[in-house]
Write a protein that binds this ligand. Structure first.
Ligand code: BMA
Length: 849
């Protein structure tokens, strides 16, 4: 047998509008590609991310597009076959090779392989015509009038099409209906190949041994398969066996090098190479990197609280899973480079986060994304690609979904980072809100198809069966959120999406403690992106007449319902602010978002109370990233520029942190009095130790008058206190320390954890709402680069809320930012890329009042 040949079909591609007579073929800008990228490349459309250009490019999604290339193929050896492998066609494609239609597709997520042995010639012409997914979608909707169509975001035509749902527009993204060969195309010539390589990995509870069963499937003539396992270039095991349809080899590894989530250990990745042999000839090889770990989702009764826990345990370590939700990093996926994926995942890792949830309205991500997660130790929660709607389930649709699920699970199942799959995003919430039929007790799957919520069959039957068959040891969750068939808002079971801050009842974020759930897989608050990002989307940049917060172009770059009112609501409740200048307004929104999100992390992590008391097992902020320059819930914008919330979340997820809440307690002396009331303002202080080491610490509390800057209290409130590993521990509850009663509302309190004389955690608590404070403008605010140029040192003579250090230069990167300054303390924030010549500026709350 001859070795398998893989010939990339990535050259000479051209494209044209297929439904336009005089449209000429033009070379593509890149490959793989999509039509928007190619039109942009030729300057035929304006950049849809600038100004309101999105509106001018809508016609593209209603047109048909053709892609064409020529390639040569030497004659196919006797006994071999030629296969064209399409990793991804977006979406309704008709593929014609040398005048013969060889493939028709309707699912952008499903890779296709077509045997072209009888069609391929020495010189070939390949033409792929893409129909309008948008119009096809409506056509399908019309063909199925009995289905109860409806959704949040985009329109119902998306539900009929297996294409990334955010392409229809979302509440953070433009509507840009792409088409094209969005993933690679290869010509493969072979008699025989390894068609799949996967693993069953069992790490014993004691963690002392691991069993790896490697499975390789062979298509075509079988020979032998050699399996080589290595770690860091050193061989660990090797074995050669006769190939069968499901070739299996078991490896028993003692003292395995285990894969850990970031912070808890290393991320060793074993390389497994499967080589198909014909005698001594290597016919085909497939390599995968695997990690050996135990990963469980623990759902068990809790002490003193109803319901069940919902937390992840990796290698027997229970994790408080702070992290983020992820949307596609661009509207045009083919231009996201592997480096950009890596930069995003690194940003998450550097932000003290442990998990990314790949949200169901996007795509099954590129390998580069999961590779980076494997390498950095970031856990992945993977949704199947359904979101916010009532999906139809006609027979061909179910077939298409089954294949989509099988293929994508196979593509991703070796990644140690993926610890959970979920059926959809919020489709059960949509079902609840529309009152669609759902009787959890009814287990007759076929009958679900006859209800007005047929998609239950997709989540609880099709996808469940695929996961059971292909990834039996990975937890499959019917949806996010989902709670064992109970109302999806039930905070005592499963995960919840907590949107009663921002959406819903628009609660104050100070009350996040009351909004806790066993695992909060979404919650969020909007903020404007970096000013540089705004300047980049305004057609005239800094000189644009629309360069102000309420302008129609700036509004256009916010797709959320009621965004003006909601941002204003949370600003007006909390701080003095104005729309001008833009820089300070952007700062205000980012401060507000930062306070809001940190408050959720702080208060929910407080509910991580150790074995049997894991009342909250994690929080994922909606959302880490953006797909274009926009005002959204993201904590870093399209250009990976962190918003200030990125840093406050990072501080909350530090290995050791300290938290404070402040509450007013009113005790009326008798039933009806409005006069004889004892009012006490109490602070509660707790420590969160997410390390795996019991710590002994002192807790120091200090207080200052916000107006005079005078220190009014300093004392050790707790000495040699035990902070047991991996949980939060209550420290003290005391009255706000004041010199005179009634000064609580002007008293800033800071609490510190001190270990062996060294400060290991710090938090500054302010009277709220911040807008009632008479904040002073510091006379001596300094933010100077330290001698060694690795940190900025900030200090002031009065308490200053939310000091941000900024620079025009994007190469200057800060490790931390938006810090509260109190007199007598120098706060250091790490920096790279700054020199003595760098111009560092500061901004803070009240700067312009
Ligand atoms: C969540 C998500 C998205 C949406 C976000 C903000 O529910 O699942 O659908 O973008 O809310 O509204």
């Amino acid at each position: 047998m001859a070795p398998r040949q893989v010939i990339p079909i990535d050259k000479n591609w051209e494209f044209r509008q297929a439904n336009k007579e005089d449209s000429k073929f033009l070379p593509v800008g890149q490959f793989p590609t999509n039509v928007h990228l190619d039109l942009l490349h030729h300057g035929l459309i304006p950049d849809p991310f600038i100004g309101k250009n999105e509106l001018d490019v809508q016609w593209i999604g209603e047109a048909q597009w053709a892609y064409r290339t020529c390639f040569s193929a030497k004659s196919i050896p006797e006994g071999s076959k030629a296969v064209l492998a399409f990793d991804g066609l977006d979406t309704f494609a008709t593929v014609v090779l040398n005048g013969t239609t060889i493939l028709e597709t309707d699912n952008m997520f499903t890779p296709e392989r077509v045997d072209v042995t009888s069609t391929v010639k020495e010189e070939n012409e390949l033409v792929i015509t893409f129909d309008s997914a948008y119009l096809k979608g409506w056509n399908l909707v019309e063909q199925h009038p009995d289905h109860k169509w409806g959704c949040w975001n985009g329109d119902s035509s998306r539900l009929a099409v297996r294409k990334a749902q955010y392409h229809w527009g979302w509440d953070w993204g433009p509507a840009l209906l792409t088409c094209g060969p969005w993933r690679p195309i290869n010509l493969e010539i072979y008699e025989s190949r390894i068609s799949d390589l996967h693993f069953d990995i069992t790490v014993e509870k004691s963690l002392k041994t691991a069993d790896v069963v490697a499975h390789a499937s062979v298509e075509g003539k079988s020979g032998q398969i050699r399996f080589d396992i290595s770690l860091d270039g050193k061989s660990v095991a090797t074995e050669t066996v006769d190939a069968t349809e499901d070739t299996q080899v078991s490896f028993h590894i003692s003292s395995p090098q285990l894969w850990y989530p970031i912070r808890y250990g290393k991320q060793p990745l074993y390389h497994v190479v499967a080589t198909l042999l014909d005698g001594d000839t290597e016919i085909d090889t497939v390599t995968k990197r695997i990690g050996l770990r135990r990963a469980e989702l623990v759902q068990r009764p809790l002490k003193d609280q109803p319901g069940t826990s919902f937390f992840f345990e990796v290698n027997n370590i229970p994790l408080y899973c702070g992290g983020s939700d992820w949307i596609p990093a661009d509207n045009f996926i083919p231009r996201i480079t592997p480096e950009r994926y890596r930069d995003w995942v690194k940003l998450v890792a550097d932000g003290n986060q442990f998990m990314i949830r790949v949200w169901g309205g996007g795509i099954y991500e590129e390998q580069a994304f999961y590779d980076a997660c494997d390498e950095y130790g970031i856990l992945v929660w993977q949704d199947f690609m359904f979101g916010c709607g009532n999906y139809p389930a006609w027979p061909e649709m179910l077939k298409s979904i089954k294949r989509e699920a099988e293929e994508n699970v196979k593509l991703l199942r070796h990644h140690p980072s993926i610890v959970i799959w979920a059926g959809n995003n919020e489709d059960y919430q949509y079902q609840e809100s529309e009152g669609l039929t759902y009787d959890f007790e009814n287990k007759d799957a076929e009958s679900w198809l006859k209800t007005d919520f047929p998609a239950r069959y997709i989540y609880e039957k099709v996808l469940a069966d695929v996961c059971k068959a292909l990834i039996p040891s990975t937890y499959y969750h019917f949806g996010s959120p989902w709670g064992a068939g109970r109302d999806t808002h039930d905070p005592t079971v499963g995960d919840i999406h907590q949107w009663n801050v921002w959406h819903g009842t628009q609660e104050k974020y100070q009350n996040f403690d009351k909004l806790v759930g066993r695992f909060v897989s979404e919650f969020g608050m909007e903020a404007f992106p970096n000013v540089k990002t705004i300047d980049a989307f305004l057609p005239l940049g800094k000189d644009d007449p629309d360069r102000y917060p309420q302008s129609s172009t700036v509004d256009f770059h916010n797709k959320a319902d009621g965004h003006e009112r909601r941002i204003a609501l949370y600003l007006v409740e909390n701080m003095r602010y104005g729309p001008d200048p833009l820089e300070q307004f952007v700062y205000s929104t980012q401060l507000m978002q930062a306070e809001c999100l940190a408050s959720a992390y702080r208060l929910w992590k407080r509910q991580w109370k150790g074995p049997g008391r894991e009342y909250c097992g994690g929080a994922l902020v909606w959302q880490i990233n953006d797909c274009w320059p926009v005002t959204s819930w993201s904590i870093a914008d399209y250009y990976l520029r962190p918003k200030m919330a990125y840093f406050t979340v990072k501080r909350e997820m530090a290995p050791v942190s300290i938290g404070i809440t402040r509450r007013e307690h009113r005790h009326p002396k008798d039933k009806y009095t409005r006069v004889n009331i004892e009012v006490k303002t109490r602070i509660e202080i707790w420590g969160s130790n997410l390390t795996l080491e019991d710590l002994t610490v002192d807790c120091v509390v200090k207080a200052w008058d916000v107006e005079t800057g005078k220190e009014t209290y300093s004392g050790k409130v707790s000495e040699k206190l035990a902070l047991p590993e991996n949980r939060s521990t209550e420290i003290v509850a005391i009255d706000v320390p004041v010199e005179k009663a009634g000064e609580e509302g002007r008293t800033v309190v800071a609490a510190y954890l001190v270990r062996d004389g060294k400060q290991i955690a710090r938090y500054v608590n302010w009277p709220e709402p911040l807008k009632y404070l008479h904040l002073q403008k510091p006379k001596e605010l300094t933010a100077v680069l330290a001698e060694d140029e690795t940190a900025v040192e900030i200090s002031a003579e009065v308490p200053v809320k939310g000091v941000v250090v900024e620079s025009e230069d994007d190469n200057i990167k800060f490790d931390d930012n938006l810090v509260d300054i109190v007199p007598g303390e120098v706060v250091r924030i790490g920096v790279t890329g700054a020199t003595k010549e760098s111009n560092l500026e500061t901004r803070f709350l009240g700067m312009l009042n």
